[in-house]
Write a protein that binds this ligand. Structure first.
Ligand code: ADE
Length: 228
């Protein structure tokens, strides 16, 4: 891959990357700021899209149309859903989907599929990057990441999502980035570090672990640049 697009939702999720970019230029389109440059010798465009799937979808399409990228990485934090996933762990997307869109709608109408597969090359690079890194986390998991238009901090909703989708974690952008990447034939992967367990204590946990987990995920992405 020649030039990689890297998207975080919030500034905190990309600040470590922006601190290390050799910046060539900066461009503002549709309210998103795109930082074009090199990260560990690799051509990148780094941006933050804001929270939620509409922002993420719009930003991804601009990245593809205007910056000639040929791979997309979404980095950030998420709520853990799988029983083996602990706070500070890393989840790499085997695939992504929306937990708030009916499967039947996805299947019967455009884009005619229920989920979007993460790219093999990007997944393998993320796995290697984890192994080479010293992030403060115990393990990584390869699994499904789901997204929806809400912060999940309720055990009943958490159980419903687990029952419907068997995901490893939940967040609010990854499925939209995967969806838009897929319909444009651009390979993607979502990498998330776990800030909370998407339950009644999620907000407290999120506030405590937001910064360290955002940095965990960004550290993996930086190490991926040395591999790709
Ligand atoms: N991002 C981090 N934690 C989350 C949660 N519990 N729900 C949705 N998005 C999240």
């Amino acid at each position: 891959m020649q030039r990689i697009g890297i998207i975080g939702a919030m500034n905190i999720e990309v600040e470590l990357l922006l601190g290390n970019i050799e910046l060539q230029r900066k461009e503002k389109i549709a309210g998103f700021v795109f930082y074009v440059g090199k990260l560990y010798g690799k051509d990148v465009v780094i941006t933050s899209c804001g929270i939620g799937k509409v922002n993420a979808a719009s930003c991804t399409q601009v990245l593809i149309d205007r910056f000639g990228i040929d791979g997309i990485i979404n980095t950030g934090i998420a709520g853990g859903l799988h029983k083996d996933v602990e706070v500070c762990d890393i989840v790499i997307s085997s695939n992504v989907t929306h937990h708030d869109v009916r499967k039947k709608q996805m299947k019967n109408w455009f884009p005619h599929q229920e989920y979007f597969e993460g790219d093999r090359e990007l997944i393998e690079a993320a796995e290697k990057a984890f192994e080479n890194s010293d992030v403060i986390t115990s393990s990584y998991h390869l699994g499904r990441i789901v997204s929806g238009e809400c912060f999940v901090d309720d055990t009943k909703l958490k159980e419903q999502i687990i029952k419907g989708y068997s995901p490893h974690c939940v967040e609010m952008e990854g499925s939209a980035i995967g969806h838009v990447s897929h319909i444009n034939d651009v390979p993607f992967v979502v990498i998330r570090s776990i800030s909370d367990k998407a339950d009644g204590k999620a907000t407290i946990s999120y506030e405590k672990f937001e910064k360290i987990t955002a940095q965990n995920s960004a550290t993996i992405v930086m190490n991926m640049m040395k591999i790709l």
